[in-house]
Design a protein around this ligand. Sequence first.
Ligand code: PLP
Length: 421
Amino acid sequence: MVERDAKVSSRSLARVYPLVVDKAYGVNIEDVDGNRFLDFNSGIAVMNLGYSHPRIVEAVKHQAELITHGAFLEFYADVPTEFSEKLLSFIPSMDRVFLTNSGTESVEAAMKLARHYTKRKYFISFYGSFHGRSLGALSLTSSKIVHRKDFGPFLPVIHVPYANPYRCPLRASEDECAQACLDYITNVVFKTEVSPEEVAAIFVEPVQGEGGYVVPPKDFLKGLREICTKYGILYVDDEVQAGCFRTGRFLATEHFGVEPDVVCLAKALGGGLPLGAIVCKADFMTWPPGSHASTFGGNMLSCAAGIATLDVVKEKGFGSNVLNSGATIISYLKELQQESSFIGDVRGLGLMIGLELVKNKESKETNTQMRDAVVHDAFEKGLLLLPAGESSIRIAPPIIIGREDIEAGLEILGKSIQKHI
Ligand code: PLP
């Protein structure tokens, strides 16, 4: 199968493990030989409610028998409208939704919206960020050179340092990192590279995902909000990976007390079916009818799965369970960190947790080789983990995960780490 795939699939695809999946349920994936794996990645933060969630399966089956696709461009339908209404109930300060099929498409739509509304050309995003791979979204992305090499020239995007308290890109102390990164925008970029009046939007991940599951200091996002407000720049909150209760709140930004202007969502929104959205206040939607649309955006099957997903996460206590599960994992990893000179940092919000491996704690030199070895060893033992950034492991299991699966996964992770340190 792996050989057959290698003959026909695009060469641009890179798989992390030689796993050929057969079926999946809850937190488990089974391969074609009947081996079972615990998925601590949730299909890259998509399967927040686990695989084959009965409510999603039921909703999709029911919808498939009624109608799967009716171009939302041609006529109206209740399912996408109901989905949009439910989505807005999680973000009460906003009142408009544009539906897409992926994170990249959401980001692309937000870029166009920002340009249309502000009539400005430039964007700001962060080193280490990932916003997608179409040419607009890729212009914002800056996490790995392989994503960008030979694809330019790009749209006018200025990349600036993201406040990483463990490894401040401007070499400021942990406490001063947020201010140093904010000052860089106002004192360097706005004074030497682009006037703030030409910047349409700042795109920011509330927790940097592909860049290493980096949680910024609270003041950082607050400071960005102030800059945006002061200069009439749109604050675009990319919640494609962090949203939908991954961090214990519907939007990760809620942890920081910041109100964005536009929110980009996708991944977990459709419970495993392709569904994304941008959400904003009506004032920002100045684009006229016909100016932006998508054939599959608002697809009936995806929206039916999305409605079921939102109904499940709306249940009382959902967010606090995620926070409790996250706290259990973080406290286990912190204990492991005390025993090891190679675990440099443990960080996270809810079930978006990063573990950074280093050559030694003083120099903080990245340890990509050890990280890759741990990920590989865990796979051999039946645990799926993914790398993020240069030397971090991301831990993002389905957020419905129970105590037993958490303990089983951590036991494997602990053994894989101990084997390599
Ligand atoms: N934005 C963020 C924060 C992401 O993590 C991703 C994907 O990992 C994207 C955008 C792009 O989403 P998609 O792969 O659905 O196009």
